[in-house]
Ligand binder design. Structure first.
Ligand code: GAL
Length: 742
């Protein structure tokens, strides 16, 4: 494109749509909003899911001046769920489906000078588009919840480019560009200038190619040889940028795309990245947040990827159950976390119109995301739907035509399902507390041979667990996550397992705990860890991140019958020591029960420590001191207080500098800690949040912590200045945080 104009500020929004709004530009009854925007802010829980299911209107006034040959398009990254786009009162087009981008040509009705873009947004659950028509275990929210931009093109321009990398494992690699260009001419001489740059912006290759463009031809293949570049991998996610300039006698067009060199393949004996076998340890992510649903800006989307890769050390995330924000995917590329991306849907398959939208979703998803090295597989089935030969033959065929470099999968929960994909991707919920943690693949597939196989969900509804549940339940939650991963690591023919799920999420009343929340996360909705998060966090070398997480509130009377045995300590240390006050110290080693895992936990049970050692009911309770050792050196320790008292109001804000030019946001986590800096899980005095300055708080300003913690986000409002946040709670010293909005 020649030029882009970001269109995320100064929208006018009216939640009561009526037809006269298309031609009438009086916005006196509208609110001024910025994108990403949710059509209604929701309570944290216990709300009616119909609250966001309505039709609303958005308007944006912009000025533009186009020369005769120029064309102006509007690109929407995501509008839930149906968008009717109008320019200066004229209907342009309608987009069905809330998870994929669309771009419409506005030129025929554009005026030089002032223009008004109007979008009618229907956020109802309309049964002719996925994922609607049946029950869904998540909410879809509403509004123009991702970004919008205007794009100016000349008559001849590059529509998109798919970048295929070749000879990846040789020093001299190659890049094959599949470029789609648009021209209205039959024989249009063009030169294409290609530049490849590394992450530091250094040019590593340049080339000029002469092309004859033709309006009848869709795509042009251009190969660039002798590219000396580094591989993209989990530990070293090297990225490159390709810059294309297409010059014709009618002008110039530019396109920039980021990509990486890597190979990936699911085989019957596992998953290979760059010819190296990698055990996939993944988690499912819903893109929702408290109060604002899906409408979170770039920084917050990126933070989720940071949490999953850098904090919890997953090597894979599944974007259940739809294509997610480009910012999240970009960050996955940058951090080196693999992605399973899939089309929108949940169990239900609708009529032909519905299926046509699903097929369109395959196209929109792949064309948006084919250059992300992090994406290793396309999910081309509706999550957990029944077999449908013709429908899934079409989705698979389309995916393979659009992108022959990636394998397809399609998540099912039925056994013996027709295997039309390249990878049999299965939600295996067999673990109900009994003997079996995961089934052998042949039992599931019904095939007489092993095929590429990946477990795409486990746990979830089988054992919902709140971060503020009692210790016994949280122990069992931890155990189930340990058991499934241990089983996956032990089974040669399972590429890996993806847990359900990263974060608790709001859902329909047909699911969840009755309060519109599914407590299936290993973190809560504020992205605060439950104990189970440390099952994953501890599967990394202690040199990178030493982990020591005893699954206990350290109290004699929290569990039934009392005591703390058996005690699971999630750790990656060689061994630990546990001291009970000054009375006794034990040296304890990782458990053989879970030695399929890279770093099994330590399980302290009565075979090692007797109930008497830790004192029986009626005796004195002592501090617990736990130390983790690597190569006989103590690398981490924790004191668990016998006499925990509210001592600190801990306030941690993810970012202390935010942007004012467009909507930006950051999270703050507030915890109530004892003298030894451990959470006080049953603390229930309210905390007040006092915010002054140019930002807006999501959610209430008085909150009672749950499980000793709560979180909140603040968002910027296009003004610079200092935001002053003061957190106060009776009996604790208040905390003040200042955030600069620049
Ligand atoms: C699966 C489904 C998920 C979620 C999960 C809960 O059946 O694919 O979306 O509902 O169950 O365990």
């Amino acid at each position: 494109m020649k030029k882009t104009i970001r269109l995320n500020n100064n929208w006018f929004y009216n939640p009561d749509y009526n037809e006269s709004m298309i031609k009438n530009d009086d916005v006196s009854t509208f609110d001024k909003v910025n994108l990403p925007h949710t059509n209604i802010e929701l309570p944290y829980n216990y709300f009616d899911e119909k609250m966001f299911q309505f039709v609303s209107c958005y308007k944006n006034f912009f000025e533009v001046s186009l020369s005769e040959d120029e064309k102006l398009c509007a690109r929407f990254e995501g509008v839930m769920a149906v968008a009717d786009v109008f320019i200066n009162g004229h209907f342009v087009d309608q987009h069905l489906g809330g998870y994929t981008p669309f771009e419409y040509d506005l030129t025929p009705y554009i005026k030089n000078g002032d223009n008004v873009l109007t979008v009618k947004v229907d956020s109802r659950e309309l049964e002719n588009i996925p994922p609607f028509g049946g029950q869904i275990d998540y909410l879809t929210y509403g509004g123009i919840y991702r970004e919008v931009e205007l794009r100016i093109y000349d008559q001849t321009y590059i529509k998109h480019v798919r970048i295929e990398t070749l000879n990846n494992h040789e020093t001299n690699k190659a890049v094959l560009l599949h470029m789609s260009a648009v021209t209205d001419k039959v024989d249009c001489k063009a030169t294409l200038d290609v530049k490849i740059k590394n992450q530091l912006g250094k040019q590593i290759k340049s080339l000029e190619v002469v092309l004859n463009l033709n309006k009848e031809q869709e795509s042009y293949d251009i190969q660039i040889d002798n590219v000396q570049a580094e591989l993209w991998d989990l530990e070293s996610p090297n990225l490159y940028t390709i810059e294309l300039t297409l010059t014709t006698e009618n002008g110039k067009d530019h396109l920039k795309e980021r990509f990486g060199f890597r190979t990936c393949e699911f085989k019957a004996d596992g998953f290979y990245l760059n010819n190296r076998k990698i055990q996939l340890m993944g988690i499912n992510r819903h893109q929702s947040y408290p109060y604002v649903g899906y409408a979170m800006p770039k920084r917050v989307q990126e933070k989720d990827a940071v949490i999953l890769k850098d904090e919890l050390h997953f090597n894979l995330v599944r974007t259940s159950h739809y294509p997610q924000s480009k910012h999240f995917l970009n960050k996955c590329d940058e951090l080196g976390i693999l992605v399973f991306e899939e089309i929108p849907g949940w169990q239900h398959i609708g009529n032909q119109t519905w299926k046509d939208v699903a097929i369109q979703n395959v196209k929109e998803m792949i064309e948006r995301d084919w250059n992300h090295p992090s994406i290793i597989i396309w999910g081309v089935r509706i999550n957990e739907s029944q077999d449908d030969h013709d429908f899934y033959t079409s989705t698979n065929e389309l995916a393979r035509v659009l992108d022959p470099t990636r394998q397809t999968g399609g998540v099912r929960y039925i056994d013996n399902s027709e295997f039309l994909e390249d990878v049999y991707t299965m939600n295996d919920f067999v673990l109900d507390g009994g003997e079996t943690a995961l089934r052998d693949q042949k039992l599931v597939t019904g095939l007489d041979r092993n095929v590429p196989y990946l477990v795409t969900e486990y746990n979830g509804h089988m054992y919902p667990t709140k971060r503020f549940d009692c210790e016994e339940r949280q122990m069992e939650h931890v155990k189930r996550h340990l058991r499934v991963q241990d089983a996956a690591f032990r089974n040669e023919n399972i590429s890996g397992a993806i847990g359900w799920c990263a974060f608790d999420y709001n859902t329909h009343n047909d699911f969840g705990a009755g309060d519109r929340i599914c407590y299936h996360g290993i973190m809560d909705m504020f992205r605060v860890n439950k104990f189970a998060a440390s099952v994953y966090k501890s599967q990394v070398s202690p040199k990178i991140d030493p982990v020591l997480e005893p699954v206990t509130f350290w109290a004699r009377g929290e569990r039934s019958i009392g005591g703390i045995l058996p005690l699971t300590v999630l750790t990656n240390c060689d061994y630990i020591t546990l001291s009970f006050g000054e009375l006794k110290t034990f040296k304890l080693f990782p458990s053989e029960v879970y030695d399929g895992l890279p770093y099994p936990p330590v399980i302290v049970d009565e075979s090692i420590v007797t109930v008497e050692d830790l004192g029986e009911w009626g005796m004195k309770w002592e501090d617990g001191i736990i130390k983790g050792f690597v190569n006989d050196a103590c690398v981490i320790s924790k004191t668990l207080s016998k006499n925990p008292l509210p001592t600190y109001l801990s306030v941690k804000t993810d970012d202390l500098v935010l942007n004012s030019n467009e909507k930006d946001a950051t999270r703050t986590v507030v915890s109530i800690l004892d003298q030894a800096h451990n959470l006080l899980p049953f603390f229930d005095r309210p905390v007040t949040i006092d915010l002054t300055g140019p930002a807006k708080l999501h959610g209430p300003s008085v909150v009672v912590p749950k499980g000793g913690v709560f979180g909140f986000w603040i968002e910027t409002i296009n003004k610079t200045g200092i935001v002053d946040l003061t957190l106060a709670c009776e009996g604790l010293a208040p905390v003040n945080i200042q955030i600069s909005i620049v």
